[in-house]
Design a protein around this ligand. Sequence first.
Ligand code: SF4
Length: 441
Amino acid sequence: MVEKVRTVTDVCCPFCGTLCDDLEIDIDLKTDQVVEVRNGCQIGTKKFYASNPSEHRFEKPLIKKNGELTEVSWEEAIDKAADILVKAQRPLLYGFSSTECEAQSRGVELAELLNAILDNTASVCHGPSLLAIQDVGASLATLGEIKNRADTVIFWGSNPVHAHPRHLSRYSDFIRGYFRTDGRNDRYIIVVDPRYTHTAQIADKYIKVKPNEDYELIQSIRAVLRGTDLDVKEVAGVPIEDIKELVERLKSANFGVLFFGMGLTQSLAHHRNIETAIRLVTELNDYNKFILIPMRGHYNVAGANQVFAWNTGYAYSIDFSRGYPRYNPGEFSSVQLLMRDEVDASLVVASDPGSNFPAGAVKNLFKHPLIAIEPHKTPTSAFADVVLPAAIAGIECEGTAYRMDKVPLRLRKVKEAPGESLSDKEILERIIEKVKGKLGE
Ligand code: SF4
């Protein structure tokens, strides 16, 4: 029988921070297109199919001429991109969470060369978690340990059924582990959320917290844990009897884990929510083993934080304008800089701020020269002056990515990129060479 497909096994899924590493991808031998994805969830699978050539993919470099994106050579496009960056007074390099670590490190090099602002998507998601961990440390563990040991699992302000679909079946809920041989029956799942999410619907206990009152609820749990008799009927919409019952449940756990998402990092107290959650977890360690893990969204946002931190000392929102890295989230975060219109050119790598930044920030982003390193048509690339077509990391080129628990995994190449696309790393290296030439270095 003549083989029509080749199969690539043990493939990491480059979509969410769960970074599942057991996918099997069938590639048509004739067309080099993805024809089958096994083991992936719906959103991960879709990313592999979306890598096939289509009207939505860029295959050649483009420059805006007379208001229209026009195909040009790589040489012309790189020259134009370098020109924009060198002429800018305060350029912003943003994104990096959906690409691999080697490309991220080239981003750091370019930012330093340009005295630019360097930021990744953590500044609009788990930045508060990083701030809190810097303040008070954190008890962490790998997802493997959770799979094997955890008997009490809290999802606070996160909805993995939708955002990390295989998290539950691989690590935190249904999976059988070494000490949790009966899988789901061996675990008690608690969901804390203002909404009755699909994750809440499969939990053993749902706690409905009032929006923006997470801080009050965590503090009251800490108080009850210390033996304080709270003289109130409820806190943050949760009856005091429920809080007492929850505390008893947490104290009697064998190995507990608190997974938290943007419902906690982006509600009113931001990093103070995380700081007090970390302190709660620390205090629970007087009774048992308890840890916490941020539910990272983009598959390699944890890697962006690692790479930026080991190169500059800081994980996101970094300003090189004085020739050395400075760090001040808020002052040097992309959204705030754009809202204040302090950026006069931007390079966006593997990200789409045009579809998720506030309108005022997007307006100012599009007002100034914009370069997009991007495989697909997006709202950001539609307004770009230069579009540099990228191979999709983890599908069309190799690299390293960090899972949400900071375990690095190797991404595989399963097929060729369409057209003239290059990897993010190679594109950034070409820009660096050109910028060096223009700066006379
Ligand atoms: S859970 Fe996340 S990493 Fe796993 S297959 Fe789905 S999208 Fe990919």
